[in-house]
Design a protein around this ligand. Structure first.
Ligand SMILES: [Zn+2]
Length: 345
């Protein structure tokens, strides 16, 4: 792949000047995402952000006059923008401690850089599954800064001590929830009853969430929860799925284990994030019921942000062990799989 050309197309695709213009990408080999081979040399015409025409690149078309911007691809590769189905643009670019302690203005500017770099790597759309991303999305949509299109979840909805409970130990018992850093910034919400979950889901929808993210089981980066715990009762999850369905959208859950996954599906959840510790029966169920499975390539060859021997690293290693099985089962039962990175810290 020719990174330069991909990058050029990405920047053009979302820059304010280009929105209503005509473009010709001349002499490009197209990767269309379904064929294993690149096309022969082509010209691609873009009008009002849509592909209007694709023709063979010949010496006659070389000199044809076109209105708008002509980009000479020089026989390199043109491809569609990539989609990352699981990102956290607000939480990807800084260490966890910094996110918990730093000034929010600094965190916002760092996140703008993360978004811009994401676009330059070829990602034109992301599903952002937790974090105070509404302002960043607005700034991108208004062309104040550059980045991919964002489908935001807003704050994680978590039970006390769950995977989305980022309150520091000294904030956990003594402090009013609303005044803790992680809640105040809109990174997470803590809800511990069906009524609370319903209210918090509605709040995030009102703020512009395109889907709701609920923490349904233990996670790696969180401080309090072992990886194999199940979080929320079916009634609590159902409160969120009802609120989302009323808003014509859906709930997706963070869940690794069969117990957490099955409870979520029982409560009306239509999308599972992760699932690395799944078993065969549950994988079969996901496929049969048409539940979306958002999988990430968590493998031990990537550099860990957690120190060796720490509780978080131990949890991470356990999850990484399951990755291969999860992908095998997803393939075996032809589950509907979405691909994401879940880059954090
Ligand atoms: Zn995540």
């Amino acid at each position: 792949m020719d990174i330069k050309l991909i990058t050029l197309m990405c920047s053009l695709a979302l820059s304010p000047a280009c929105l209503a213009q005509t473009y010709l990408f001349k002499n490009v080999h197209i990767f269309d995402g379904s064929s294993a081979n690149l096309s022969s040399a082509k010209n691609v015409y873009i009008e009002n952000q849509h592909i209007k025409k694709i023709e063979n690149y010949t010496s006659e078309t070389l000199n044809a006059s076109v209105e708008g911007v002509v980009i000479d691809g020089q026989g390199k590769t043109l491809m569609p923008g990539l989609i990352d189905a699981h990102t956290h643009l607000m939480l990807a670019g800084l260490p966890q401690q910094t996110l918990l302690l730093a000034d929010q203005g600094f965190i916002n500017i760092a996140a703008a850089k993360t978004a811009s770099e994401m676009l330059q790597r070829g990602y034109t759309s992301v599903r952002d599954l937790g974090g105070p991303v509404f302002g960043l999305k607005l700034a991108i949509d208004k062309h104040i800064t550059t980045g991919p299109r964002i489908w935001p979840s807003g704050a994680f909805i978590s039970q006390t001590g769950g995977h989305g409970d980022f309150r520091l130990p000294n904030e956990l018992i003594a402090t009013d929830v609303e005044h803790t850093q992680a809640v105040k910034t809109g990174t997470t919400t803590i809800a511990d009853s069906p009524a609370d979950v319903r209210k918090h889901a509605r709040e995030q929808l009102a703020l512009g969430a395109s889907q709701i993210k609920v923490m349904a089981g233990g996670g790696v980066s969180s401080l309090y929860d072992p990886i194999d715990v199940t979080q929320y009762s079916a009634e609590e999850i159902r409160a969120a799925t009802e609120a989302a369905a009323n808003w014509n959208t859906y709930v997706t859950v963070h869940a690794y284990t069969p117990k957490a996954i099955n409870r979520a599906i029982d409560a009306g959840v239509r999308c599972i994030e992760h699932g690395q510790l799944i078993d065969e029966v549950t994988a079969k169920r996901i496929a049969k019921e048409g539940i979306w499975w958002s999988l990430q390539p968590f493998t031990s060859d990537r550099k860990s942000t957690f120190s060796e021997g720490s509780e978080q690293r131990k949890k991470q290693l356990k999850v990484e062990e399951g990755t291969l099985t999860a992908f095998k089962l997803a393939k075996k039962y032809k589950a509907k799989v979405a691909w994401g990175t879940d880059i954090l810290f």
